[in-house]
Design a protein around this ligand. Structure first.
Ligand SMILES: C[S@@+](CC[C@H](N)C(=O)[O-])C[C@H]1O[C@@H](n2cnc3c(N)ncnc32)[C@H](O)[C@@H]1O
Length: 297
């Protein structure tokens, strides 16, 4: 992670957080339960439960056993989700009756989150390429009780015209996942640079296609769980050159850093500050990069 020393202002706090275990968080499913109800039931089973101060629907849960084994989990009262991962859908701000494409959807953490916020109305098209992960997505949609979502299996870079006009697209791309280093010790030194370079090509294709598919004036949120600028600002800059679009500000109610305007001599432009970088020490969670784009007419 040494390559990020100059861009992460609280670098010591960043490194120190990577060494600590990550608290488990769950997102309460508002289609089935209330936060107090879930908290009460889990406390009865010996868990310590604390709502996050910036989102009452996300609870931090600590216990001797895994919260995944509880009846409430199987009933779909909550989804186990990193607090940092919940932020991309907050930026997307899905509304009931919208038509939304989730281009890289499996296993469905963000698909279910957006369908919950849409009150199960409108349409989510949840897409992924990997059969095993698609099975997990289908299982999660069923467990959470989602009925406004269909599932497709396309390479997002060549996603076909389905005759649908998408109001919004979420592009939560495959990435080098450095932001998950707390749970994957092999990533604590940073991801392999050759992998970073190769996956950024896929990411560029995915974001470009998302911008082509969304309606004029529609919104595309691009997210990764990595710190590498090659997978973040560089991908956004590329796609904006290919499809006329502008970056929108993202209003999030917790500490975070801004997108980079340059990296290793490459200028990305002042507007890249509108992107959000969430580091593990910000939320005592994982890492995340989010860009919110509007396709220009
Ligand atoms: C970061 S994960 C998505 C996590 C998911 N959004 C969630 O919140 O649960 C990235 C996903 O992209 C999928 N993927 C990889 N290449 C893809 C492609 N070319 N088109 C569509 N999906 C792809 C992977 O199978 C993986 O499930």
């Amino acid at each position: 992670m040494e390559r990020y020393r100059e861009i992460i202002s609280e670098f010591d706090a960043f490194l120190e957080t990577l060494e600590r275990p990550q608290p488990v968080t769950i997102r309460v499913n508002r289609l089935k339960a209330k936060p107090e109800q879930v908290a009460e039931r889990l406390k009865q089973q010996g868990f310590d439960v604390k709502p996050l101060d910036w989102n009452e629907w996300i609870l931090q849960v600590e216990g001797k056993d895994s919260v995944a084994k509880t009846l409430e989990h199987w009933l779909g009262w909550f989804y186990i989700q990193e607090a940092s991962a919940a932020t991309a859908v907050m930026a997307l701000d899905p509304k009931p009756n919208e038509i939304i494409l989730d281009m890289c959807a499996s296993p469905g953490g963000k698909t279910t989150q957006m369908a919950e916020l849409m009150e199960n109305k409108g349409l989510v098209v949840a897409n992924d390429t990997t059969p095993k992960r698609l099975r997990a997505l289908l299982a999660n949609l069923s467990r959470i009780g989602i009925v406004n979502t269909i599932v497709t299996q396309w390479d997002g870079r060549n996603y076909p015209e389905l005759g649908l006009t998408f109001d919004k697209v979420l592009v939560d791309v495959p990435c080098s996942a450095e932001g998950r280093a707390r749970e994957n010790p092999e990533l604590r030194q940073g991801a392999n640079i050759n992998f970073i370079r190769s996956i950024s090509g896929t990411q560029k294709g995915l974001l470009r296609r998302a911008l082509e598919l969304v309606k004029p004036d529609g919104i595309v949120v691009y997210s990764t769980c990595t710190f590498a600028p090659e997978e973040n600002e560089a991908v956004v800059a590329y796609a904006m050159q290919k499809v006329p679009s502008e970056l929108l500000p993202i209003d999030l109610p917790f500490p975070h850093s801004l997108g980079l305007t340059e990296w290793q001599g490459r200028e990305f432009g002042a507007e890249m500050k509108r992107c959000v970088r969430i580091y593990p020490h910000h939320l005592d969670s994982g890492g995340m990069f989010i860009a919110k784009l509007r396709r220009l007419p």
